[in-house]
Design a protein around this ligand. Structure first.
Ligand code: PLP
Ligand code: LYS
Length: 467
């Protein structure tokens, strides 16, 4: 048998069995609305259009690999949280994607912002987000970071350890200021997600554990501190979660802890933050919960538990990141090679190489995350073939999309677009293999603006100051 790719069409007996969840799309040109920014469509020539901008034009002008983010879609998702979780404070989790422009959109949509480092604080402030609307996270905040946060007057510091409480108290005394604090607790919830992004089981680095008693001790320490104003409890159980069960356990356990705190001190805790983690669709088989349904489920349980425990309903907040920026982003790559590789039982696998990979999206390599993609520059009537989309890096694990059906005539020079790429892709990008990081382009009503310009080799060489 010959396994070849001749004149733009794959002639081989190709392995067609993907995982169970992988559906064979009825139309390979179709754009599943669940995966793409709202309004994404193809123009008459077949080019994918996001936020009114043709990805063919974007690629021509800005090159590939590139990330686009649809401003209207981002804002609509932020607004959906604001409107569904009425009266709650919504902290957009900046770690998912943060630039000055993103911080401005978040501020304009009336959301607050969760930041984790000096860098994120600086970008947020530069984007016009008031310090009072920042929540400062992190399990190992440096003295410089805490000092800066206190000097700027950040809205709240989410305390993660006893060492940090010592540091905050010392800095408050030195600066003559008070700190507003939440205590991050470990609820012991085993969230249904990848091990590396579950954060509430006992054996991990974040928070003070409820079951060991450390959480209550931390709360009482902050409450009795002469320089800390204790706001309440913070819980974040993990990321890319579809089921509400884990959140429900976290709500029960944090409110029970608030009750224990009242018994111990006689004081009510005014706030409760339930963190982020709301899953999005990366492939058509994913079924995230609509934001209003999520809000209704949370509201009902919190009211029920507060009533049962005789607690005042606290002020509530959440920290969605991925659910706001993830579906608004699309990655664009150009296909460089199409290789048909013999695998087993005389079958072949089609490897489609693109001009990016694990340096701009580490998620598949790090969490075995699944994605999908389409040819973005044209329609095709060719039959489907199961492909593996890989990057250009020197790693066998540099796989962007492990299984996806693409048209058999996929060929070098085609563009592919990967939906649901707004969160934790460009934000986690590296320079592995000395590859400059791709640009982040805002699209709105057909206008394209550069939010992060493409990194250049000169940028990289500037850091290399050795002889
Ligand atoms: C404390 C905290 N809040 C919020 C988030 C945002 O999570 P997501 O992007 O899954 O909503 C994270 C990341 O998982 C986090 O660590
Ligand atoms: N970076 C992770 C999520 C963890 C985020 C922050 N706590 C992801 O890409 O899924």
């Amino acid at each position: 048998m010959t396994h070849t790719h001749i004149a733009g069409s794959i002639h081989a007996d190709v392995a067609q069995a993907g995982p169970q969840w992988l559906e064979l799309p009825a139309d390979l040109n179709a754009l599943d609305p669940k995966l793409w920014p709202s309004g994404t469509h193809r123009d008459e020539a077949g080019a994918v259009v996001v936020g009114g901008a043709s990805l063919v034009d974007v690629a021509r002008e800005y090159g590939t690999a590139a990330y686009v983010i649809d401003e209207a879609d981002f804002r609509a998702r932020a607004a959906a949280f604001r409107e569904s979780f009425k009266g709650w404070e919504i902290y957009y989790a900046g770690k998912a994607l943060l630039t000055r422009t993103v911080a401005r959109w978040v501020a304009e949509e009336g959301l607050s912002l969760d930041v984790t480092t000096m860098g994120e604080m600086k970008v947020a402030l530069a984007g016009g987000m008031p310090a009072a609307r920042l929540g400062f996270h992190g399990n190992n905040k440096s003295v410089e970071e805490i000092r800066f946060a206190l000097e700027q007057g950040v809205g709240r510091i989410i305390v993660d350890s006893f060492d940090e409480i010592d540091r905050i108290e010392a800095l408050c005394r030195e600066l003559g200021v008070r700190a507003r604090a939440m205590v991050r607790v470990t609820t012991g919830v085993e969230a249904h997600t990848h091990e590396y992004i579950a954060t509430a089981h006992e054996d991990q680095k974040f928070g003070l554990s409820i079951s060991s008693g450390q959480a209550l001790t931390g709360l009482v320490r902050c409450h009795t501190s002469d320089v800390i104003d204790l706001l309440g409890i913070h819980s974040h159980i993990g990321s890319q979660i579809f089921e509400t069960a884990g959140f429900e356990v976290a709500i029960r356990r944090t409110l029970k802890l608030a009750h224990q705190f009242r018994t111990a001190t006689g004081a009510e805790l005014p706030e409760l933050d339930l963190g982020g983690g709301f899953g999005i669709a990366y492939v058509s088989a994913d079924a995230p919960m609509p934001t209003p349904d999520l809000a209704a489920a949370f509201e009902e349980l919190i009211d029920h538990e507060c009533l049962a425990l005789g607690l005042e309903r606290p002020r509530l907040s959440i920290e969605p990141g991925r659910a706001i920026c993830g579906p608004a982003g699309v990655a664009i790559y150009e296909v460089g090679t199409v290789k048909v590789v013999e695998v087993e039982n005389n079958k072949a696998r089609v490897y489609v190489s693109v001009d990016g990979g694990m340096s701009d999206n580490i998620r598949p390599a790090l969490y075995a995350a699944e994605y999908s993609c389409v040819i973005a520059n044209r329609n095709s009537d060719a039959a489907p073939v199961l492909c593996r989309v890989v990057g250009k890096h020197c790693e066998g694990g540099d796989i962007l999309i492990r299984y996806v059906f693409l048209p058999r005539d996929i060929a070098p020079g085609d563009l592919i677009a990967v939906p649901a790429s707004g969160a934790y892709a460009r934000a986690m990008a590296s320079n592995y293999n000395q590859v400059p990081r791709p640009p982040l382009l805002g699209v709105r009503d057909g206008e394209v603006t550069t939010m992060l310009r493409r990194e250049t080799l000169e940028d990289l060489m500037r850091l290399d100051v050795g002889e």
